[in-house]
Design a protein around this ligand. Structure first.
Ligand code: C2R
Length: 189
């Protein structure tokens, strides 16, 4: 009897540890080329917080701190990250460099720069050579970068898929409410 109890207690303990380990790995990194990108990035952070995805934000530049960028990309997986969002403006080589070194999926977020409206960043990030994909979102598309990260992680974490389903439902509800409001407004009610 005591033996059976110890065995089942051990099982509960192991399951608990497994869960902790998995929880620990629901984690992504947002690497931005400069702290001046943060105004855009904070919209990603907000969404990832809502989805309860652990998020680390770092300023690392492939141009200004190239060795650090490579070191980060080399160790990201070991540090428990499952996905990287690389955000940069101007000649935005950062996401491509991270993707070149790491095997983790990289989402590229082009930041709108002052002189070329972000087209420079978009093209620098999206036009990757074959073999090194970077899933590029719109210029300043911080919300979509976060949501795409959630969708990719939901392949492993079903609770994220459920939250995303609820997010979409809520979004549709908001559009329907706006539709109703504008129809009444036009009718003069
Ligand atoms: P500063 O405001 O610091 O001058 O940076 C940054 O992401 C930022 O949008 C201006 C812009 O330069 C970008 N930057 C890159 C990289 N490092 C910084 N594109 C890189 O390594 O690709």
């Amino acid at each position: 009897m005591a033996f059976v109890m110890i065995k089942s207690m051990k099982k509960v303990l192991i399951e608990g540890l497994k869960l902790k380990k998995e929880e620990k790995f629901m984690k992504i990194a947002i690497i931005m080329g400069s702290d001046s990108d943060y105004d855009v990035i904070k919209k990603s952070v907000k969404i990832l917080k809502e989805f309860e995805v652990e998020t680390e934000v770092r300023v690392i530049s492939a141009h200004r701190t190239p060795y650090k960028a490579i070191e980060f990309a080399e160790n990201a997986e070991q540090m428990g990250f499952e996905l990287i969002i690389g955000a940069a403006g101007k000649a935005a080589h950062l996401p491509g460099v991270l993707a070149g070194v790491s095997t983790l999926p990289v989402i590229g977020l082009p930041i709108k720069s002052s002189t070329m409206d972000g087209l420079d960043s978009l093209l620098s990030i999206v036009q990757m050579p074959k073999g090194v994909p970077v899933a590029t979102v719109a210029i300043n598309g911080a919300e979509n970068a976060a949501l795409l990260a959630v969708q990719i992680l939901s392949v492993k974490y079903p609770e994220l898929r459920e939250k995303f389903r609820a997010y979409k439902k809520d979004m549709a509800k908001q559009v329907e409410e706006k539709d109703e409001k504008i129809r009444l407004q036009v009718k003069g009610k």
